[in-house]
Design a protein around this ligand. Structure first.
Ligand SMILES: Nc1nc2c(ncn2[C@@H]2O[C@H](COP(=O)(O)OP(=O)(O)OP(=O)(O)O)[C@@H](O)[C@H]2O)c(=O)[nH]1
Ligand SMILES: [Mg+2]
Length: 343
């Protein structure tokens, strides 16, 4: 194990690929490796990219990789595809529009498929991001498909989350779950060469304004007036300068990924969020909050798995009894928990 760890920390691609596979397959002993690698992690910026299928996430990812590479940054990419649990990377490789980077030894692209287990996807993605961090990536981009619960979980492992939208794809604001606002740090409205961009931007602005009122997260919420429709989200400032204290308001960047338009500004906004995370009290509090969420999620997965393994048949039996109305579901759950605790 030590040998593999050393090779990854030395930046060896083959060892990194092997450990990524071990982590994704959850093979015996992978946690030991992760523990060993951990001290060598912490320098990568983990950038989550999510949004509806076809919005342009991969094209944008490709553009961002290009910009990071121009700056000499080593880049890791974790492509998460919950929709194809059986194909693994095969089909995915086709779908990722990053072919030009496959030849670059400073870019490591790895796909993750669901392994069925509850929370397995987000855990694997987070762990693989750590491996790539240890390998020496300055940025790890985690791209997910869709905006469902799984994807939101995945973004919790990211420092900065980019939500990609495109006009006229039915992913207008009404269709977006409330959860997205909680996880979005920057919005990209891609395909700005298409009809309806302004409408999508306006909808988003409204949602952000309403959301900061509803969530009560932004201390400035009260100052924004009563009529949400009249509220304009201020154009973000400080992209180059010092991070501004106080809550973060997600900026909206219009872009055309295929023509590389707006992607420079997009990168600046993302970097501004990174600066906010590291340079403000609110940002640091946010990081701790994220750590806690991950901790709770991991605890929940472990407990559920252990309980299911331990109780096994007892769960089936309880379900049968509840269905036959021999016992109420609350008492049945109490009994199961008592049995688990007593083991
Ligand atoms: N017109 C236009 N088309 C774009 C733009 N960006 C991406 N596309 C096209 O939209 C299609 C989907 O782009 P992808 O980058 O694969 O989108 P994705 O969000 O990664 O898709 P999934 O991974 O399948 O969820 C491709 O045919 C792109 O060429 C854009 O700015 N304008
Ligand atoms: Mg894609």
């Amino acid at each position: 194990v030590l040998e593999l760890t050393r090779r990854i920390l030395d930046g060896e691609v083959r060892a990194t690929a092997r450990v990524c596979r071990m982590v994704d397959d959850r093979v015996e002993g992978h946690r030991e490796i992760l523990k060993e690698l951990y001290p060598g992690t912490g320098s990568a910026w983990v950038l989550g990219i999510t949004g509806n299928p076809g919005a342009g996430k991969s094209t944008l990812t490709d553009r961002l990789i290009q910009r990071f590479r121009l700056g000499g940054t080593r880049v890791g990419v974790v492509a998460v595809d919950p929709t194809s649990p059986f194909t693994g990377g095969a089909i995915l490789g086709d779908r990722i529009r990053m072919q030009q980077h496959f030849e670059d030894p400073e870019v490591f692209i790895r796909s993750v498929a669901t392994r069925g287990a509850l929370g397995g996807l987000s855990r694997s993605a987070a762990d693989i991001a750590r491996v790539l961090d240890a390998w020496g990536a300055g940025v790890v981009i985690v791209e997910t498909v869709g905006v469902g619960q799984d994807e939101l979980e995945v973004t919790r492992a990211a420092h900065t989350t980019l939500v990609v939208m495109a006009p006229g794809m039915g992913d207008d604001v009404q269709a977006i779950k409330a959860g997205i606002l909680e996880c979005a740090d920057v919005f990209a409205v891609n395909k700005a060469d298409r009809e309806g961009v302004q409408a999508t931007v306006r909808d988003l602005e409204l949602m952000i304004a309403l959301g900061s009122n509803l969530l009560g997260g932004a201390s400035t919420a009260g100052k924004r007036g009563h009529s949400a429709a009249a509220v304009r989200v201020p154009k973000p400032t400080g992209a180059q300068g010092e991070p501004v204290e106080g809550p973060w308001t997600p900026p909206i960047v219009e872009c055309i990924a295929t023509r590389d338009h707006g992607t420079g500004e997009l990168r600046e906004r993302l970097e501004a969020h990174r600066a906010w995370l590291g340079g403000t009290d609110a940002g640091r509090a946010r990081r701790i909050e994220r750590q806690k969420e991950q901790m709770v999620a991991s605890l929940r997965d472990t407990l559920v798995q252990e309980a299911a393994a331990e109780l096994g048949q007892a769960i089936d039996e309880a379900a049968r009894r509840v269905e036959a109305r021999e016992i109420d579901p609350y008492s049945a759950a109490d009994e199961l928990i008592a049995q688990f605790r007593a083991r």
